[in-house]
Design a protein around this ligand. Sequence first.
Ligand code: PLP
Length: 406
Amino acid sequence: MYDVTEIRRDFPILSREVNGKPLVYLDNGASAQKPQVVIDAITRAYAEEYANVHRGLHYLSNLATEKYESTRGVIAKFLGVTDEDEIVMNTGTTMGINTVAYGWGMPNLRAGDEIVLSVMEHHANIVPWHFLRERQGVVIKWVDVDSTGYLDPEAVIAAMGPKTKLVAVTHLSNVLGTVVDVKTICHAARERGIATLVDGSQAAVHMPLNVEEIGCDFYAITGHKLYGPSGSGAIYMRKDRMAEMQPFLGGGDMIREVHKDEVLWNDAPMTFEAGTPGIVQQIGLGVALDYMMGIGMENIAAHEKKLRDYARTRLDGLNWLQVQGTTPDKAAIFSFTLDGAAHAHDISTILDKKGVAVRAGQHCTGPLMDHMGLTATCRASFGMYNTEEEVDKLVDALELAHDLFA
Ligand code: PLP
């Protein structure tokens, strides 16, 4: 049985107060809190097991290498990937997508080639493609969402033309909570020889995954949202696409031999892991993913579904509040605006006074904000440790904010 009280006990920060009130942490979409097992693993790695990886022949270096490398296997299992050499470890989604833009996009795309994006992408899945637009003349084609925030896979497929070389879409919108049918999109793209990148930053936190079934070429995740350390992460890259890539960052570890007039690359995935990596961060990420799998991704998803339904009912009861993103199967991520002139930042400041942590602003989604005709929203994003009681506290704090601004 899913025991949320027990899970909460695993996260020390959840028992602290903020502004004299018990913390209600609803900013999980930005970054999640860390369970004690991850904090302990980080401490142990530094206190007892630390050295640089891959290079030493001494005991500690071998131990650190073993621990660091074992995370690769954990990530592969978490993502449903058979061959762990298809997992490149990095600092998070931003690094993963830039690795694809520089490593695959630059050598393979020419002026006039098209990249299809949805309008609800995070800047991390927009700006690297703008680099290719500005520097190589690549054309970006945008696919809109409807008024509920739904992205029709058929609209994405319809945007795939003879010049389309890549489709890059989010699996779950960080603003609207929309879950995208990436499987249909990726299979259609594969039939047409088009590469696919899925931004899994948000989806990986909330649902069981099998990227081989999704059929994408690249799947990016970020560790700090997965209850792991900041500066940890990974990207799945299909072997046949890796073979089309050039290294992005040059330096130690990604080479086999360096001479005055020649460099021989290391084998993948090391080709894409230049320099000393986030050793302890990745060790912590492995522990975080094991912790999530121990609870069970199906169980986490079921708990969050109940929270979503409860939050939806409570927020729908506030007739002065507009939720953005109303697809029935969305994740427990609620962006909203309030009637009147109250700015999202003012609302979030009042919520903070009540101990309720939410995010306010554009959420790194400029094109989506333009599409919705908004400059900012407040966002309450739930995680595995949140409760219905916390939904009530959010609603109480919102009522206070509404009374103040009405
Ligand atoms: N993509 C989505 C959907 C996100 O929500 C985020 C983080 O907010 C990112 C990408 C970027 O992740 P990171 O900053 O960890 O690289």
